[in-house]
Write a protein that binds this ligand. Sequence first.
Ligand code: C5P
Length: 225
Amino acid sequence: TGSGPLTGKKAIVTSGPTHEPIDPVRYIANRSSGKQGHAIAASLAKLGCDVTLVSGPTQEPAPNGVDLIKIESARDMLQACENALPADIAVCAAAVADWRVDIEADQKLKKDGSGQMPDLKLAENPDILATLSQHKDKRPSLVVGFAAETEKVIEHATAKRERKNCDWIVANDVSPSTGTFGGNENTVHLIAKNQCEDWPRLCKSEVADRLAQKIADHMKEDQEH
Ligand code: C5P
């Protein structure tokens, strides 16, 4: 562990999908690979940052030099993030399930042969990015969210940044033709208040390195003011 521009800073990074249990053997999930979130955790750590990576189930190896906390559900992810506070930086790259099943069955739901389907009621999950961005006493000084959009990417992401009260949004175009989901490349725009940068098509690891460098530059400026 050498020193870098983020030495002495602490970051929380969320990554991967969440799994929302239906019963002991079934869950609701999504296709997030965790590639982008894990890469960001690795890039921040390379700059000397103390990183807690809170991740849902993924195939990605644990990045070097990162404190990995594995969770399954959105509620577990929120709890793990709260436990990791205080932090200077939060990057929410996880694809958190919007809904969970209201009441998890404690036994496997059975097909009873009558043709009757289980009536799964959904409940809304907590929004981790919004919770961290609006935290009363422990808001990280820089909170970064992601926005996966298939149309009007910048317009929708700008609205999302304002709604959630985060500082930056990394907006990516995930329309099926881009191959972003599960792929190794990403085309993103970095949106801040009154500012939008268009980045070229890059590997997810290059997006992560650039973002980590931006974060380091920002933290330095912050300190100088
Ligand atoms: O609202 P939407 O899901 O499109 O916003 C995406 C951003 O919000 C991502 O940064 C994602 O990690 C974060 N998010 C979250 N908790 C949720 C839903 C989204 O942290 N429940």
